[in-house]
Structure formats: C-alpha cells, structure tokens
Ligand binder design. Structure first.
Ligand code: PAP
Length: 341
C-alpha cells in the first residue's frame, strides 16, 4: 500500500481503515475502554450528547476516546513518520492540503492534482481512526492527529526521530468556527448548542481535545525543546505570508524548494492550489462527503466556511472577547507565545 492513495478518495480510505485490524488487539483495547468509560468525568457535548475527560483531555466517548486508547496501546511509529497535529478548527484542512502538495510535488502535476478531486482529509489518514491499518503504508507516512503532544506514546515523542507540524489559531476564531461546525453535525434529536453555552464550555476547557490552551502549550513547549522535531505554525501567519510558510514547511520536512522551483513559481502554485478560494469552489468540496467512520459522515463543504482571520469577534460580545483574552493571557503567561487581540 502507498503512503497515500494513488487516486485517493474517501471511500477507499474508509475501506482501508476497516480492512486489516487485528481482532485480538481490538478486543484488548475495547475491554480497557469498557472498564474505564463509566468512571470518567462527563461534560456537555457539542456534537455528541456529552464528552468524557480522560487523562486531562475532553473527548467524544466513542470515536475519540477509543482512538486515543488505540494509539497509546498499539501504534507503531516509524522514524520517518510526519504528523500533522492540530486542535480541531485551527487549520487542519489547509495544513493537510499544503503538506500533501509540498511533499508530493514532483509526483503530481497541478492540472490533474488529487486535491482537485479529493477533500484534503481524504488524502492522508487520521491516526486515531486507523493505527493498526497504517502498517502497510509506505514511508514516509503523512499522518494527521488531534491528540495532545503530552498524551502521545513515548515511542513517538521521545524515541523516534519522526516530525510534527502543528498549527494553532486565535482561540476566538477557533471557538466560533467550532461552534458553527459542531451544530451542523449535531444530531437533530439534540437541541442546537447556543453560542453562550459553547463559549462557557470552551472557556472551561470542555471541547473536543480541550482545554484548547493546554493543547497549544503542549506543542509549543515541544517546539521550544526540540525545534528540529516540532514545527509550530499559526493560522494567522499562514494567511499573511503563505509562500514564506510553505517554504519553511518544505525545508522542515526535508523537501526544500530548489532555486529553480522557486523561480518557476512552484511555491505559489501550491499556495494557489490549496487556497480557500480554490478548494472551496471545487465540485468535490461542494457536494461530496467524508466518511470518517460508519457513524461519522461529514459534508465536505462544512470544512470550508469563511477562512478569515478575526471573524470570531463579529459573533462574540465585548464581554466575551475580554474574558477569552484574559484566559488566554493567563494560560500563556511566561510561555513566550501570544495571539493577537
Ligand atoms: P477540522 O478540524 O474540522 O478539520 P479545520 O480545517 O481545522 O477543521 O478548520 C476549519 C477552518 O479552516 C474553517 O474556518 P472558519 O470556520 O473560520 O471559516 C475553514 O473555513 C478554514 N479553512 C478551510 N480550508 C481553508 C483554506 N484552504 N485556507 C484557509 N482557511 C481554510
């Protein structure tokens, strides 16, 4: 099997996910899961009825918790693995597209690129969804994950020379993007979650893979300690200077752009291919779906809303903005990391 699919599509990936799982391993993790689940703290869910707190992080009780346990129990990293790590709604879709296009730029032409017919999420596997299936993928594997750095197994963070690319975003934009997205996915039988409720939960840290600030700080610290292992990006920087960031990405991943490529405009081609304007207007991203599991099927169009910096502020009251800014300053105090106002 390839490190990515030659003609990737969501169906093929979800078939891959379900294809080669060792039933003994599933059983082992499922037993542990059933044992711990009833005793975990619960909070109100955004997309599901509730979230559970496990090892300090808030997760959907089925997909995300099982996925994390899977990774901790059974994932076998390779020294060449590349992880795209994100908190949901911070720029995952964009980062996946840019990385996939950068790493595979000699393989595909821009006129018939897989990203023109496949949602970025379909181009590379989600670690939590298929840790055991990944054994057959060719190195270097490009994998995405929402797992906090501190919860990844030591075999990934300490023992291997695999690399991470992390992207973060202003928490106000993350909150609003997440609230709008989750309400679209929330089952009809559950009343939509109000912005006030979502705001409270987010501030308390109760959101998928939250608290947000802990997630960001985990990767930020890893970047400070091992910059050769963890590249730390901001959505806002990427919006401002996409070509500069793409060049850094290529360099960091061991695929630096040559002078010839730069002068031929390859970096700009990648930026254009992966731009919000381009991706959001593709037929596949307007009308197809992503099947993450048998229960989780998402319209691709939901991954593309506005793609702007600062949009969160137009939904939040002055009071909410003040409070979230205060929490952010407090949480990030002394870390050297800052977000805009
Ligand atoms: P996910 O965690 O569900 O995969 P993710 O891709 O991290 O979501 O975030 C979605 C946000 O990125 C959306 O932001 P918004 O709600 O504020 O608009 C989405 O519009 C934005 N986005 C998606 N693709 C791009 C892109 N190519 N360029 C810039 N922003 C993008």
């Amino acid at each position: 099997m390839d490190s990515f699919l030659p003609s990737p599509d969501c169906d093929t990936i979800s078939k891959t996910y379900n294809g080669q799982i060792d039933s003994h391993l599933i059983q082992k993790t499922n037993e542990g899961y059933r044992e711990i689940l009833p005793n975990l703290p619960r909070g109100k869910g955004w997309m599901t009825e509730h979230l559970v707190q496990y090892q300090g992080v808030w997760l959907t009780p089925n997909f995300a918790l099982k996925g994390l346990m899977w990774v901790q129990d059974h994932f076998k990293p390779r020294s060449t693995d590349i992880f795209l790590a994100t908190f949901p709604k911070t720029g995952t879709t964009w980062l996946k597209a840019l990385t996939f296009a950068t790493v595979n730029r000699t393989r595909y032409g821009f006129a018939d690129h897989p990203l023109l017919t496949t949602v970025p999420h379909g181009c590379l596997p989600f670690l939590e969804a298929c840790p055991n299936d990944l054994d057959g993928f060719r190195s270097p594997r490009l994998l995405s994950t929402h797992i906090p750095y501190t919860l990844l197994p030591n075999s990934v963070t300490v023992n291997q020379s695999c690399r991470f690319v992390y992207i973060c975003r202003d928490p106000k934009d993350v909150l609003v993007s997440k609230w709008l997205f989750m309400n679209k996915l929330r089952p009809k039988e559950l009343a939509p979650i109000s912005l006030e409720e979502a705001f409270e939960l987010f501030c308390q840290g109760i959101s998928h893979y939250g608290p947000y600030w802990d997630h960001v700080l985990g990767y930020w610290k890893a970047n400070l300690e091992t910059p050769e292992k963890v590249l730390f990006l901001k959505y806002e920087e990427l919006k401002e200077e996409p070509s500069v960031v793409v060049k850094r990405l290529g360099e960091f991943l061991g695929h630096p752009f040559s002078l010839e490529e730069v002068s031929k405009g390859v970096v700009e081609e990648i930026v254009k291919l992966c731009s919000f304007e381009n991706l959001s207007n593709l037929e596949v991203n307007k009308s197809s779906v992503l099947k993450l599991s048998t229960q989780i099927v998402i319209d691709n169009r939901h991954f593309f809303r506005k793609g702007n910096v600062g949009d969160g502020k137009s939904y939040l009251t002055d009071e909410m903005i003040k409070r979230i800014n205060e929490i952010t300053s407090e949480k990030l105090f002394g870390s050297g990391l800052v977000f805009g106002s």
